[in-house]
Design a protein around this ligand. Structure first.
Ligand SMILES: Nc1ncnc2c1ncn2[C@@H]1O[C@H](COP(=O)(O)OP(=O)(O)OP(=O)(O)O)[C@@H](O)[C@H]1O
Length: 223
């Protein structure tokens, strides 16, 4: 479960990224985070894996108050949370395999386990045959699927995505969203920030709408 209680994030320049945010996303649920550019979507997502801290209020993940968590506990928290960033940060001159394997190697997995998990993650995004391709040889849509495989390779219980369909055309965007939906179907808690209204309309998923750092609406799914 992800819970925000009276969360505000004020930047050093005085700018509020978020103001008094309250919501709960129960385990295994999926929601979209919507709002204009600058509404606070990225600010909110970054608080969940403790990449940033609130100025006031509490963020609870699985009942744990992140304010009370020591820095030494962050790696364990982050292994449970896969993040798909808008700018994918892939190593473009390296192989698909190396990029997806990276989080596992950082965590000290044995080579056999790394291979098995990388295969499983690439299979989930339909790229099992492309382990030996270099990132720069892939299309934008394929690169984004590698990005998702890397976020999934630790088998996280929570998946966050920040504008995951950025520059992709509508068909590829739908393909990416269909994959998020599949992860949700097997019990992963999924929170996706997007301002692609046309795409979001196609999915019966609740929306948390942000406007200038505040929640302006919490809309339940249409169906
Ligand atoms: N490091 C920072 N320092 C100062 N202000 C910041 C910083 N990061 C974000 N902001 C401000 O906080 C507000 C929320 O920004 P945020 O990036 O969370 O919005 P967003 O909804 O993700 O936008 P986008 O869709 O354009 O990525 C904006 O007004 C932004 O200018």
């Amino acid at each position: 479960m992800i819970e925000f209680a009276n969360v505000s994030r004020r930047y050093a320049n005085g700018q509020f990224g978020l103001q008094d945010i309250n919501f709960r996303l129960p385990t295994g649920r999926m929601a979209f985070l919507t709002g204009h550019s600058g509404a606070g979507k990225s600010t909110l997502l970054r608080l969940i894996p403790a990449l940033d801290r609130p100025t006031s209020g509490k963020v609870l993940i699985g009942g744990y108050d992140l304010n009370k968590m020591g820095r030494h506990q962050y790696p364990k928290l982050r292994r449970q949370i896969g993040v798909v960033f808008q700018d994918h940060h892939l190593l473009t001159d390296r192989l698909v395999f190396d990029n997806v394997a990276l989080p596992l190697q950082v965590s000290g997995y044995l080579p056999g386990d790394v291979r098995r998990r990388v295969d499983a993650a690439l299979d989930k995004v339909g790229l099992l045959g492309r382990q030996r391709a270099r990132i720069e040889e892939l299309s934008g849509g394929e690169q984004q699927r590698v990005n998702i495989a890397r976020a999934l390779v630790n088998r996280p219980r929570i998946l966050l995505a920040d504008e995951p369909t950025g520059n992709l055309d509508p068909d590829l965007s739908r393909d990416i969203f269909d994959r998020f939906f599949e992860f949700h179907a097997v019990g992963v808690t999924v929170l996706i920030a997007s301002h692609d209204v046309e795409l979001l309309k196609q999915y019966p998923v609740p929306r948390i709408a942000l406007n200038e750092g505040r929640i302006s609406a919490f809309e339940e799914a249409d169906s």
